[in-house]
Write a protein that binds this ligand. Structure first.
Ligand code: PMV
Length: 319
């Protein structure tokens, strides 16, 4: 029996992934750019058990039902095929994102699972192969394999992996807006957008151009340009989503209030730019030196967490 444990952190995209070119392989329609965080780690242990007849999943100490385990089993099937194994496994995952916070945990979750499962099934994969593997669980997980800033490429199964990108000294202030109700999953939201949003073709072409500009700004350390790209791209993503049928909206009044405060910060000369994923939480990008100023400006509305660039996925134990 072989056991391995891995740790991974969530990431927040500055140029978003929204829309698949291939749903089975989780190939994105466009590339994306993100920062892996140093907060909210997920720790996952995979124990391969030759005597087990089914995979099991424990999440934060409680056993999950067949439906929740199904997604993990489909992911482990990919690992088993690579490893030439038919053995089932026990997965034990601990997620430090407060469950009420509603922050996406699929990126850290599938990055940690990819690392632990690859090690437990005896696969020796480099970062590129691990990123491609994590992508199969959740697209954004491909980027949580990588420390700090990462670009995830669109393309074929072979070509679609994330790799590191040099970046200036940035931080993110996370505003935890979530009021408790579960948003439409990113999987369903993307599907609805691709099928029904008349703006989707424009989102794809503009995001491809935006990514090129963002990579250049990142490499050149042009924080103002990167920040502006980040907020514009987030608003474009929410615009393409909001043009879907049936209607779909992820941002709430509080989310908009935070975008307003960030705009006021900029008017006061502080470099701060807001972004938001498929939910009401808002994340504010700024220079590391401005993180405290940004936090203070947002205080009193919702819970705030300051994050910096964090480590990539690490296997911390194997036996
Ligand atoms: O990886 P998924 O399927 O959870 O999709 C992530 C989608 C966004 O978080 C909204 C954007 C992104 O690039 O992370």
């Amino acid at each position: 029996m072989s056991v391995a444990t891995a740790v991974a952190h969530p990431n927040i995209a500055l140029v978003k992934y929204w829309g698949k070119a291939d749903a089975a392989l989780n190939l994105p329609a466009t590339g994306s750019l993100s920062m892996t965080l140093d907060v909210y780690p997920t720790t996952t242990t995979v124990r391969v058990d030759p005597d087990a007849t089914a995979d099991t999943l424990r999440l934060n100490g409680s056993e999950r039902d067949e439906q929740a385990t199904g997604r993990v089993t489909r992911f482990l099937d990919v690992v088993r095929e690579l490893a030439g194994s038919t053995h089932r496994a026990h997965v034990d995952s601990v997620n430090t994102v407060p469950s009420a916070a509603g922050l996406a945990s699929s990126a850290s979750g599938f990055a940690a699972l990819a690392g632990a499962a690859a090690a437990a099934y005896g696969l020796d994969l480099d970062a590129r192969a691990l990123s491609r593997l994590a992508r199969r669980g959740s697209g954004s997980a491909s980027r949580s394999i990588i420390p700090g800033f990462a670009v995830w490429h669109a393309g074929t199964d072979e070509e679609s992996f994330a790799e590191p990108l040099p970046a200036p000294d940035l931080a993110m202030v996370i505003a935890v807006v979530d009021s408790g109700h579960k948003p439409v999953s990113s999987r369903e939201g993307m599907r609805r957008t691709v099928l029904t949003s008349p703006f989707y073709p424009a989102w794809v072409t503009s995001t491809a151009e935006t990514l090129t500009a963002a990579v250049t700004a990142c490499r050149e350390g042009d924080v103002d340009r990167l920040g502006r790209i980040t907020e514009t791209n987030a608003l474009r993503m929410h615009a393409v989503i909001q043009a879907s049928d049936p209607p779909l909206r992820y941002l709430t009044a509080t989310s908009h209030e935070i975008f307003d405060r960030v705009e006021r910060l900029r008017a006061d000369g502080v470099g701060a730019w807001a972004t938001a994923d498929a939910g009401p939480n808002v994340v504010v990008l700024c220079r590391a030196a401005d993180a405290e100023t940004v936090r203070a400006a947002l205080a009193g509305l919702v819970e705030l967490v300051v994050a910096h660039p964090g480590p990539g996925m690490r296997v911390v134990e194997r036996a």
